[in-house]
Design a protein around this ligand. Structure first.
Ligand code: BGC
Length: 767
C-alpha cells in the first residue's frame, strides 16, 4: 500500500509537473518540496566517469575532459551538474580536448609535503589562490584537495600529497590551502577522511585506532581544517575505521564532523563507493562518487521501503543544493580557459624556493659562488620528479630539469656527464611521457633506477670540475606503498655513486652537494657524512629545479623546515612494526582500483603506537634521529630573545623576538611547543601548538612574532570520560628552531582545569 502510494506520488510529480520552481539560493526548501524521490536520488549520486563523452558541456551536464567526476543535473528544476577534478599539486584535467587543437595545461605546483615545509600559511594561500584561479577558468567547481592524512609512517605511498606527521601543522596548512582555493569562488574537498594512512589494501583495510589517538592525531588536523578553512566538501576515505567503512560511519561523518565541528558542506565518497549505499546515505555521506545507476536505484528503493527516512533524504539533498548554489556552474560563470600560466609558474617557483629544506651545509658549502663548473650526477637530474603519480599528478606543459636550471643560473655543466644522462633518458621510454606532461605511470611508484658511473670516470670529473651535485630521486604515488629496501634505503648503485663522488671530489678539496628529489622520507643517517651540503626540495613542481638553482646561487636563502622526522632506521618509527611494508604491489582486475592483498594481516592495521607518532615518540623517549621534526638550516643565523606569555581570554598569547645575527637577509620559522604539567594524562614531552614565520629580516634586524593558543588546544583526550581535558598548573611554552632546538621558554599558568566533552565515542571494534 505504502509503496503504491509512493509510486503514485512519483508519477504525479513527473506527469503533472505542476510545481517547477527554478533553483535559486533563497528557495532551496521550495525546490526540495518539488523534487521527486528519483530526482533527489539523482543528485546524491555522481555522473560516473563513463558518462563523460566528448568532453563538452551538453545542456546542463557539466563536463571537463579529464576531470575525475561530476554531479548530475535536474534540468526541470534548474539544478545544474557540477564538475569535480583532482588535486592536490594543481588541477588534474586532460590537456587535450576533442575537436580543439589548443592545450589545456595546468600548473604543476609543489606537492603538499613541500608546501608544508614552508611553515608559511600566507605562502600556501598565495599558491592555492593561483591554483584556484585555474580551477575556475577551466570550468571546474571543486578541486579534490588538499590531501591531508597524517604521515604515520614514512612508507605510505601518498605521503607526498599530504602535509605532515603533526596534526597542527597539517590542519593549519590545509585550512590555508582551502582559503586560497575558495577565495576564487570554487570549492575544495579535504581528503581522505579519515585514517587513510597506507595504500596497501586501501579499499578494505581496517584502521584500528584508539579513540585518543584518533582524536589527537588523525582527526585533529581535519577538525582544524574544518573550523579554520570551512571547506565546501569533505571526501570520505576508502578504508574502514574501527570496523566500519568511513563512508558509512555516522560517528565520523555526522556526529564528529557536523555536530561537533560545525561542518555544513557535503561529504562525498572517494572514487569507488561501497555496496551499502543506503548506510552511506544515512550516515551522512551526501554524494556517491564516481556514481552509478545502481546507487540511484538503491536510494530510491530504500526511501520506498522506509530504510531511508524522508528526513534523512532531504537532509542530504539540502546539503547538495546548498553546495550547488555556490558553484560557478550554478552561477553561469563562463570560464575563459586561459588562466595566466606564466604568472602561476612564477608563483610555483617562488613557493618551491621558499619551502626547500637545507639539511646540511658543512663549512658554508652553499651558496656556491656562481659560474662554477659542475659535475651533475643522477638520472633525476634530467628526469626530474616534479610530482607524484596517480590522481595527484598534474598534466603540466613542461618540467624544468636540473640541467637547464643550473645552466640557466650560469653554471657550466660537465659535458660528457650531461650527454651521458641525456642519452640514458632518451632510452628511458617512461620518462618521455613525463616530458610530454604526463606521469610515468598512473599507479604507484615507478622505478627511477640510477645508472652506475665508473669510478675512473668520476676521478676524471673531479679533476675537471669545481663541485659535484648528486641528485637522488624517488617517485611514489597512489595505489602502492613504498618499500624499505631500495626505496627508503638507498640502492647499491646510489651508495657507490655517492661514495665514489665523495672520495674523488674531496681528495681534490672539492665539495659534494646532494639534492633529494623525493616524495617521502628516506634513510639519510648512513650516508649524510659523504655530502658537504644536502638540499631537500621534495617533488617541487614544474619550476622546482629553477627554485633549487635559486637556493644554490643564494638568490633564495632557504627557510623551509621539516614537517616530519627523518629517523635513523625505518624500524625506529613505532608504526613500522604494524605497517604492511615490503608487500609486492597487487594487480587487481580493476587495473589498480580495488587492490586487495590476500595476506590476512593486511586486512587490518593496528595503530598500536597510539599517540606516539613521529616526534612525539622520538623526543619523549629520547630516540636518536637523523634530522628532527622542524629542522632546517639557513644561510644566516637567528637569535631568539624576550619570550613572553600573556594570559588572554580562553588561552594565551606567546611572543618572542627573533634577530638576524648573520650576514645575509633571511626568514625564520618559529615553532611553538608546549610541555604540559603533571597531573593529567600521560603526554608527549612537548607538542606543537602554533607556529609562524618572520618576514625577511635584514642582518641585524629583529621582529617580535606573536601566536595565540587557546586552552582547548592544550587539552588531551580522555577516553574514559570521552572528553578533552586540560589539567591546571604550569605549562611551559617553548619557542623552537626545531623540536629539539628550543631557544626560549616562558611559563603559562592555568588556574583551573578545563574539559570539553564530545559527542562521538569511536570505540574500537564498534561494529
Ligand atoms: C583517490 C582520490 C581522488 C579520486 C578521484 C581516488 O582514487 O584516492 O584522492 O580524488 O580517486 O580521482
Amino acid at each position: 500500500m505504502k509503496k503504491a502510494l509512493l509510486t503514485l506520488a512519483l508519477m504525479g510529480a513527473a506527469i503533472f509537473s505542476y510545481s517547477q520552481p527554478q533553483l535559486r539560493n533563497d528557495n532551496i526548501e521550495e525546490v526540495i518540496k518539488a523534487m521527486t524521490v528519483q530526482e533527489k536520488a539523482t543528485i546524491l549520486v555522481g555522473g560516473a566517469r563513463a558518462a563523460m563523452v566528448n568532453g563538452v558541456t551538453s545542456g546542463m551536464i557539466a563536463q571537463v575532459p579529464g576531470a575525475a567526476g561530476n554531479t548530475r543535473p535536474v534540468e526541470r528544476l534548474g539544478i545544474p551538474g557540477t564538475v569535480l577534478a583532482d588535486g592536490p599539486a594543481g588541477l588534474r584535467i586532460s590537456p587535450t580536448r576533442q575537436g580543439d587543437n589548443r592545450a589545456y595545461y595546468a600548473t604543476g605546483f609543489p606537492v603538499g609535503t613541500l608546501l608544508a615545509s614552508s611553515w608559511d600559511t600566507a605562502l600556501v594561500e598565495k599558491v592555492t589562490s593561483a591554483m584556484g584561479n585555474e580551477v575556475l577558468e577551466y570550468g571546474v567547481d571543486v578541486i579534490l584537495a588538499p590531501g591531508m592524512n597524517i604521515h604515520r609512517n614514512p612508507l605510505c605511498g601518498r605521503n607526498f600529497e599530504y602535509f605532515s606527521e603533526d596534526p597542527v601543522l597539517s590542519g593549519k596548512m590545509a585550512a590555508a590551502y582551502v582559503r586560497g582555493i575558495q577565495g576564487n569562488g570554487v570549492g575544495t574537498s579535504i581528503k581522505h577522511f579519515a585514517a587513510n594512512n597506507q595504500e596497501t589494501n586501501r579499499n578494505e583495510n581496517d584502521a584500528r585506532i584508539s579513540p585518543r589517538a584518533l582524536r589527537e592525531i588523525y582527526l585533529k588536523n581535519f577538525e582544524i581544517a574544518v573550523k579554520e578553512g570551512k571547506p565546501w566538501t569533505v571526501m570520505s576515505s576508502y578504508n574502514k575505521l574501527n570496523g566500519e567503512y568511513t563512508q558509512q560511519k555516522e560517528e565520523l561523518l555526522t556526529i564528529a564532523l557536523r555536530d561537533e565541528w560545525g561542518f555544513d558542506g557535503i561529504v562525498m565518497t572517494d572514487w569507488g563507493s561501497k555496496e551499502n549505499t543506503v548506510k552511506s546515505a544515512k550516515s551522512g555521506n551526501d554524494l556517491m562518487e564516481p556514481g552509478n545507476q545502481n546507487e540511484i536505484d538503491r536510494i530510491v528503493a530504500a526511501v520506498e521501503d522506509g530504510r531511508i527516512t524522508a528526513k534523512e533524504l532531504d537532509r542530504n539533498v539540502r546539503n547538495m543544493l546548498n553546495y550547488i548554489v555556490k558553484t560557478p556552474h550554478f552561477k553561469g560563470y563562463k570560464p575563459s580557459g586561459t588562466p595566466d600560466l606564466k604568472a602561476h609558474a612564477a608563483v610555483a617557483r617562488e613557493a618551491a624556493g621558499e619551502s626547500i629544506v637545507m639539511l646540511r651545509n658543512e663549512s658554508n658549502t652553499l651558496p656556491l659562488k656562481g659560474g662554477e663548473k659542475v659535475a651533475l650526477y643522477g638520472v633525476t637530474s634530467v628526469d626530474f620528479v616534479a610530482g607524484g603519480t596517480g590522481s595527484g599528478n598534474v598534466n603540466k606543459a613542461y618540467v624544468v630539469n636540473m640541467v637547464d636550471a643550473l645552466e640557466g643560473a650560469g653554471f657550466t655543466l660537465d659535458k660528457a656527464l650531461k650527454d651521458y644522462y641525456k642519452e640514458y633518458k632518451a632510452y628511458d621510454a617512461a620518462s618521455k611521457a613525463l616530458n610530454a606532461g604526463g606521469a610515468r605511470s598512473f599507479w604507484g611508484s615507478s622505478k627511477l633506477s640510477e645508472v652506475a658511473i665508473p669510478a675512473a670516470a668520476i676521478q676524471a670529473e673531479a679533476e675537471a670540475n669545481d663541485v659535484a651535485v648528486v641528485v637522488l630521486g624517488r617517485n611514489a604515488g597512489e595505489g602502492a606503498d613504498r618499500k624499505q629496501m631500495d626505496d627508503f634505503e638507498l640502492t647499491q648503485i646510489e651508495r657507490e655513486l655517492l661514495q665514489n663522488v665523495s672520495t674523488s671530489f674531496r681528495a681534490k678539496g672539492k665539495k659534494v652537494v646532494v639534492v633529494l628529489n623525493i616524495g617521502g622520507v628516506i634513510e639519510t643517517s648512513s650516508w649524510k657524512g659523504l655530502a658537504d651540503a644536502i638540499l631537500l626540495p621534495w617533488s617541487p613542481g614544474q619550476e622546482g629545479a629553477n627554485a633549487i638553482a635559486d637556493v644554490m646561487t643564494g638568490k633564495t636563502n632557504p627557510s623551509g623546515k621539516l614537517p616530519m622526522t627523518f629517523p635513523v632506521n625505518f624500524i625506529d618509527h613505532p608504526s613500522s612494526s604494524d605497517f604492511p611494508y615490503n608487500y609486492a604491489p597487487q594487480q587487481s582486475r580493476f587495473g589498480g582500483f580495488g587492490r586487495r592483498v590476500a595476506q590476512k594481516d593486511v586486512d587490518y592495521t593496528d595503530y598500536a603506537e597510539g599517540i606516539w607518532v613521529g616526534y612525539r615518540h622520538f623526543v619523549t623517549r629520547g630516540v636518536e634521529v637523523s634530522y628532527p621534526f622542524g629542522f632546517g638550516m639557513s644561510y644566516t643565523s637567528f637569535n631568539y630573545s624576550k619570550p613572553v606569555v600573556k594570559v588572554v581570554q580562553d588561552g594565551l598569547e606567546a611572543s618572542v623576538t627573533v634577530t638576524n645575527t648573520g650576514y645575509v637577509a633571511g626568514k625564520e620559522v618559529v615553532e611553538v611547543y608546549v610541555h604540559a604539567p603533571e597531573g593529567g594524562l600521560e603526554k608527549p614531552d612537548r607538542e606543537l601548538k602554533a607556529f609562524t614565520k618572520t618576514k625577511s629580516l635584514a642582518p641585524g634586524e629583529s621582529q617580535t612574532v606573536t601566536v595565540k593558543i587557546d586552552n582547548y588546544s592544550l587539552a588531551s583526550f580522555n577516553e574514559a570520560a570521552n572528553e578533552w581535558q586540560a589539567p591546571a598548573g604550569n605549562y611551559q611554552v617553548m619557542f623552537g628552531a626545531s623540536v629539539c632546538d628550543i631557544r626560549a621558554e616562558a611559563p603559562y599558568k592555568m588556574k583551573k582545569a578545563a574539559s570539553w566533552p564530545v559527542l562521538a565515542a569511536f570505540e574500537l571494534d564498534s561494529d
